[in-house]
Design a protein. Structure first.
Length: 132
């Protein structure tokens, strides 16, 4: 079994969470990505969000929301993704960059449009009263 190690940014406004869709993908993902060798969670978070959304995450106020595991979307059975999630403020103007085709604010009703691990995270955010 293989596990993909990722870090995600949870940005919530008005009961909706910021999500991204990459070029050529058919589902939405929480912004973030894979850790590079030697990176901490927060270093990965800062680098990935800058690359994907052109903003700087303020890691000084980052709060760990949980770590979630599920079958990796688009990968062979048995390959899982482990998503470590943080909330944090940011500086700059959100705009898609790099491989990101578009971004959107998704509510719980949009859960079915996201990757399997994101669906588990949406359930958690709803249970915590953070999603509408």
């Amino acid at each position: 079994m293989r596990e993909i190690d990722k870090v995600a940014w949870i940005l919530i406004e008005d009961g909706r969470v910021l999500s991204t869709r990459s070029e050529g993908k058919d589902v939405w993902y929480l912004p973030g990505g894979k850790r590079e060798p030697g990176e901490t969670d927060l270093q990965t978070l800062r680098r990935e969000i800058d690359e994907e959304l052109s903003v700087e995450v303020d890691v000084r106020d980052a709060v760990h929301l949980g770590t979630f595991t599920a079958q990796a979307h688009g990968h062979a059975a048995g390959i899982t993704v482990r998503m470590t999630c943080y909330r944090a403020g940011y500086a700059g103007q959100l705009r898609p960059a790099s491989e990101i085709a578009e971004m959107a604010w998704l509510g719980y009703a949009d859960r079915h449009r996201t990757a399997p691990v994101d669906q588990i995270i949406f359930d958690h955010l709803l249970a915590e009263g953070l999603l509408a």
